[in-house]
Design a protein around this ligand. Structure first.
Ligand code: TRP
Length: 333
């Protein structure tokens, strides 16, 4: 039965703390996916060092985030969870693929252009070849689908081009993967900047999964709304973006419609509405935080998940790598 499932693979950079936007926008929906797909998820720590990191922080996030993903419902029995740097085939295939990727192609990647503008003092070669490593990440596992955000679509396109180029020379070595852009998941904006996606770079408007209840309550109390005192809780994305965002969070958590929410808070001001949304978030995140805290203390368990994940991942990765090495003419012993 397992064999008939389509395969899905995605990487996540352990570059910052997970927040409510990540959870409601994506992670929340991952748990159910395992029923339909054979899922592989890995922490892309090798991609993360293209931007300078504090080693101790990267190390800590790489393990804490595993705990957080599991606490969010990602079952390590049903999904293969691993750390990129634990599977050496990623770096090995990346080198081969870099010889089948053109300088011009990499120069056109918008993420490279953006990141090199942002980190002018550290435009390293890894930042430039980042998409080649990503192609290797993907092609090693022969997945059908690669769930990514809009911003990573261009990298998946490039992956397809590299795979097609390689296949056209050597025969069918790689499966050509499709980007999978999920329509599920809510788009959550910053509590203090409702015009922009919730982001860790604006921490006062960002609710982190590991925030304690008092911190969450405070952030919601300070959420940006407007001065509408006549008919405050009303869904109007254009004119009342802060309120719309809070309503969207509340709707996603409670399953209530916007009309129901409008009715619930009719005649009540933001002083009632904002803490109510905060309370709903606190109660949603409480079990996740508690479970993540519990898992983080059980390092042996988490290490074991990573160990098993790496074992299962490298079994498949190695099969692809062997084929590639043979095709390009590396002498086999
Ligand atoms: N580049 C992706 C991001 O920043 C992370 C990533 C690395 C990835 N390798 C991948 C995603 C392979 C999908 C498949 O979001």
């Amino acid at each position: 039965m397992e064999e008939t499932k389509k395969r899905m693979l995605s990487g996540i950079q352990p570059s910052g703390d997970l927040h409510l936007g990540n959870y409601l926008g994506a992670i929340k929906n991952w748990a159910d996916r395992a029923d339909e797909f054979e899922c592989y998820y890995f922490m892309a720590d090798m991609h993360t060092i293209t931007v300078r990191q504090t080693p101790a922080d990267l190390r800590k996030r790489s393990i804490n985030q595993l705990a957080q993903y599991i606490a969010c419902g990602l079952d390590p029995e049903k999904n293969v969870l691993f750390l990129q740097s634990h599977v050496p085939q990623h770096a090995q295939l990346s080198w081969v693929l870099s010889c089948y990727t053109m300088f011009g192609e990499l120069s056109r990647m918008t993420q490279f252009k953006d990141k090199s503008a942002k980190h002018k003092d550290n435009i390293n070669a890894g930042l430039f070849t980042y998409p080649v490593l990503m192609a290797a990440d993907i092609l090693l596992y022969q997945p059908d689908y690669v769930p990514v955000g809009e911003d990573q679509k261009q990298h998946v396109e490039l992956t397809r081009n590299i795979a097609q180029r390689f296949n056209s020379i050597y025969g069918d070595v790689f499966k050509i993967p499709e980007p999978y852009i999920s329509k599920m998941g809510a788009r959550i904006y910053g509590l203090t900047t409702p015009g922009e996606k919730m982001s860790k770079s604006i921490p006062e408007g960002c609710v982190f999964l590991m925030d304690d209840p008092d911190t969450i309550a405070r952030k919601f109390k300070r959420a940006v709304t407007d001065s509408d005192s006549v008919n405050p809780v009303r869904y109007d994305r254009e004119n009342k973006p802060g309120v719309a965002n809070l309503m969207n969070i509340y709707a996603t958590l409670t399953g209530k419609s916007f009309e129901e929410i409008e009715k619930e808070f009719e005649g009540k001001g933001y002083g009632v509405f904002k803490p109510a949304v905060g309370e709903a978030v606190i109660e949603t995140l409480r079990p996740i935080r508690e479970e993540a805290d519990r898992l983080i203390k059980d390092k042996a368990y988490l290490d074991d998940i990573y160990r098993q994940g790496a074992e299962r991942a490298s079994y498949i990765a190695n099969k692809t790598l062997r084929k590639v090495y043979k095709k390009v003419g590396f002498y086999q012993i």
